[in-house]
Design a protein around this ligand. Structure first.
Ligand SMILES: [Zn+2]
Length: 177
């Protein structure tokens, strides 16, 4: 999402900025935005995602306007009330237009995320590495940095057949092969 406040609005009052932001949300996440009042559960999800936005924006030192949290089209999670769509967090760099995508890291709920990136071998999208700070992202991107793939990154089910980066899923006794 590129809702970064245009120069003319930078000094604008709260009203003008609020209307601008509402229109930007409506344009970039119409589904989530327009159904947020449909039920207490929808409003709860909306408010929770607002907190996710603030948290990751602070961690990665970007404006909240650059962050969009929407339904994850590929991942659902089990809750007491059934399966719910996961959070897909998209951060768009207003300078380059490049989008970075993250999913929650349930080993550090609300404090860390998994960066989605392409597998270095088969190019499938994988949760590549754990990110809690700008430094984590920096080390991942730095050609001289150390690479710390997340355990989840090597899940064979995410990769194309024959990928050298994937590790076969460990089956426990009793599992079907
Ligand atoms: Zn792969």
């Amino acid at each position: 999402m590129t809702t970064t406040t245009p120069p003319g609005l930078a000094a604008a009052g709260l009203e003008a900025r609020a209307v601008h932001t509402a229109r930007a949300y409506s344009a970039t996440d119409p589904h989530g935005f327009h159904r947020r009042h449909d039920s207490p559960e929808e409003w709860n999800r909306w408010a929770r995602r607002a907190r996710v936005t603030r948290t990751i924006a602070t961690a990665l030192q970007v404006p909240t306007d650059d962050v969009l949290v929407t339904d994850d089209p590929h991942r659902t999670y089990r809750t007491r009330t059934g399966e719910v769509p996961g959070d897909l967090i998209t951060i768009t760099d207003p300078l380059t237009g490049r989008a970075w995508r993250f999913i929650p890291d349930f080993t550090t709920p609300g404090e860390g995320w998994l960066l989605l990136d392409r597998c270095p071998d088969c190019e499938a999208e994988i949760p590549a590495t754990r990110i809690a700070t700008l430094a984590d992202l920096g080390e991942y991107l730095d050609p001289d940095g150390d690479i710390w793939p997340a355990d989840e990154a090597r899940d064979e089910a995410l990769h194309r057949p024959g990928c050298a980066f994937a590790v076969p899923t460990i089956t426990t006794p009793g599992d079907q092969p």
